[in-house]
Design a protein around this ligand. Sequence first.
Ligand SMILES: Nc1ncnc2c1ncn2[C@@H]1O[C@H](COP(=O)(O)OP(=O)(O)O)[C@@H](O)[C@H]1O
Ligand SMILES: [Mg+2]
Length: 173
Amino acid sequence: MRFAMHFAITEDRLNREVEDREIVRMLNERTIEVSLPNRMGYERIAMDCSASFARIVGFASERVEDLKTAVAEACLNAIEHGNRGRPDTRVLVTMNFNDDFFSVSVMDEGNGIAELPEEPNIEQVVEKLEPPKGLGIYLIKQLVDQVEFNDMTKGGHAVRMLIKLTSQQSSSD
Ligand SMILES: Nc1ncnc2c1ncn2[C@@H]1O[C@H](COP(=O)(O)OP(=O)(O)O)[C@@H](O)[C@H]1O
Ligand SMILES: [Mg+2]
C-alpha cells in the first residue's frame, strides 16, 4: 500500500520543473541548520549540505563550487582557530535562502578573529616564497558577494557570508 501511494505521488510529479519550484518555495521560508562536531573533515558535511541547498534553489554549478570552498574555509577556521580543536565544542552552520540571497553563518564558540590578516601576495604564495597564511579569509572574501567577520553573539563568534543568485549564476541559463 505504501509503495502504491509513493508511486502515485511520483507519477503526479513527473514534471521536474514544477517539483523543483515547489521545493524552492518550501525552502524559501526555511532555514537549514547543521551542527557539526568539532572535527577536521566534518566541514565536508557542511560543504555538501550548502551545495545541495544552493543547487535546489537554482545556483549554477560554478557558483555552488565557490560557495562550497567558502563554507569549507569558514568551517575549518571555526574548528581550528575558533574552537581551538577542542572536542567538546560544536560548529553551527546556518543557511537561508530568501529574496535571491543565500546566506550562510558559521558559528564557533571562540572569541572572534583578533586581527584580520592582510591580503596575501598570491603570486608569492603560488611561487611558494610566502607561506599560505591568511589564504582562507582571502578566499572567502573573493568567493562570496558579502562577508562579515566577528559577529559576536551569546552563541559565540560567527562569520556571515552572502551570495546573491543572479541570472548569470542561475542554473536555468
Ligand atoms: N573563527 C575564527 N576564530 C578565531 N580566529 C580566527 C578564525 N578564523 C580565522 N582566524 C584567525 O585569522 C587567521 C587567518 O585565517 P585564514 O585566512 O583562514 O588562514 P589560516 O587558517 O591558514 O591561518 C588565522 O590564523 C586565525 O588567527
Ligand atoms: Mg584557515
